[in-house]
Unconditional design. Sequence first.
Length: 352
Amino acid sequence: MYEGTLVDTLEDVQKEITRQQGQYDKLIKEQKKQANQKDDRERVAKEYRDHFLKATNEKAEDEEKHRMQMASKQEQRQLHEDLEMTETAIKNQDAINSELQNATDVITLVPEREVVFRGAIGDVANPCPFEVKTQLKYPMEGGTALITFEEEIVAQKVLSLKHHKVTLEGECFVTVEAKPIQLLVPTSVKMDTRQCLRSILVSNLPSDMDSEALLDKLELHFGKSHHGGGEVASRHYQEDVGNAVLSFKDEGISPGLIKKEYHEVVFKSQKKQKVRVTPFVNGTITCVETRWLRCGRSVLLTGIPPVMDADSLQDIFEIYFQKGSHGGGEISNTLYNPLGKTTVAIFEDDNV
């Protein structure tokens, strides 16, 4: 009885051991499977991380390349704009240089004027390179007289008295009013000068010829192609300086004549004279600044009736205002304009 029970117990133990061994093997297998799955998950995670990092780096590199490309394009555009601006500035400067060169050429080719030193010298505190004297024209109404005194203080005294009773003959007299003279004078003048491409200035001309005859000779000479000329469109003689201006229909005529400069022209008795051809420069006033100038030494007398001839009246006024008892003094100039007439007085400087 006991033996049979023991055998059964051993068999059961053996079966239990076998069963437990199977479960153990199953657990080991499951553990290995889970370990393999963990390794796979870690591998996949690592691959994902590596792929993500690679993608992130590639994106950053692409963005950097794009940024650099955009910066390069912007720099190229800026360089192109700078190049265009530089080329434009160079063209403008070349144009300015060309104008300055033309102006220099014109200045060096101005008509010649003979200058003679007479031997007079003097000391000047502040020497100027040149001096310009202005002539100012003052229109006088009828029935007025202009008197210029030697000293400004005399003129101011006459003006302060204002009304003057001037005796004519016997008990006859006229009452005149002394007024200051205001002149509108230029203080600054700006001019835009341009060389006339169709015109030339001819100087060193004979002074003993009629102007029309002289212009005929010039047109005859410079109108011929074998002299380098062409058809003359217009001509003009400058009476004040004795020069002539010729304008051609063709713009290409004047440069050749100017380049040659000196030309021999037949004027009279088949005698040749060497004339000089230079550029003709025309100017346009672009800006004028003016101011009112009061003449310190001059006064204007108004309200003068035509009671006697002009010369007699002028003498009477000059005698009257020379006397100190009338507030006058030494007179340098007198001009009377009768009623109904118009006269222009010319002032040459601001000290009159």
